[in-house]
Design a protein around this ligand. Structure first.
Ligand SMILES: C[S@@+](CC[C@H](N)C(=O)[O-])C[C@H]1O[C@@H](n2cnc3c(N)ncnc32)[C@H](O)[C@@H]1O
Length: 210
């Protein structure tokens, strides 16, 4: 499919172009989904197990899964098509670009970020997705009263995530955390959550309200 072209199959796939320096071209969710229902976005959705479960049980909401690995997007897309879901779309792209350049202000009801890559080596930590500027970016795209749900098994990254939200604390009405006890209603466990639970890893959850 050519850059930024949207096809008309029941589950759309949107390919985003590399466009550094260009003016933002916001996605129009009402056109994409054909309704004004609330939109939830999963960042790094992998094979989209949780997102598909949510899309099935919340047909009055819309769902966008973002991942930069084509293999996962394809699996998520096929699973959604098989279930005839019309309220879910996938974007194969880098999440910061999708959110920063294409996601309208105050348009997202919930950001889901489950088990973001922890980049444990010190020299790789600058590749981590969540830092204070990313927290500010998410805040700008969240609807009033919107929320962010985060889970990780990596304690060091969890501390860094807490710091990112502590540094932007004035933006948030509530920040809650827990260990081994999800803070949010989940229709399914994600693939990584199952894998880490089976391995006896301690899981850290954070819920942030705008
Ligand atoms: C550890 S996996 C977790 C997958 C899924 N959330 C789960 O819990 O099973 C992290 C996923 O995030 C994706 N990812 C990491 N950084 C990304 C980025 N900046 N933009 C888009 N996808 C990203 C990876 O390709 C991978 O599929």
């Amino acid at each position: 499919m050519s850059a930024n072209k949207v096809n008309t199959r029941p589950t759309l796939r949107v390919e985003l172009p590399e466009c550094p320096g260009q003016a933002p071209r916001p996605l129009c969710f009402a056109d994409i989904f054909g309704n004004d229902n609330p939109v939830e976005m999963e960042i790094g959705c992998g094979k989209a197990k949780l997102l598909i479960a949510r899309a099935r049980s919340h047909i009055d909401r819309n769902f966008i899964g973002i991942d930069y690995i084509w293999k996962f997007i394809k699996i998520g897309h096929q699973r959604a098509e098989k279930r005839g879901l019309s309220n879910i779309r996938f974007i194969k792209a880098e999440a910061r670009q999708v959110i920063g350049e294409f996601t309208p202000l105050e348009s997202i009801a919930i950001f889901h970020i489950y088990f973001p890559d922890p980049w444990p080596k010190r020299r790789h930590q600058k590749r981590r997705l969540i830092n204070s500027s990313f927290a500010e970016l998410l805040h700008s795209r969240l609807e009033p009263n919107g929320r962010i749900e985060i889970a990780t098994d990596d304690f060091d990254y969890f501390m860094a995530i807490q710091t990112a939200f502590a540094e932007t604390v004035s933006l948030w009405s509530s920040i809650e955390q827990s260990i081994d006890q999800p803070l949010f209603e989940a229709e399914a466990k994600t693939n990584y959550e199952l894998k880490f639970m089976a391995g006896g890893r301690m899981l850290h959850y954070l819920e942030v309200l705008k």
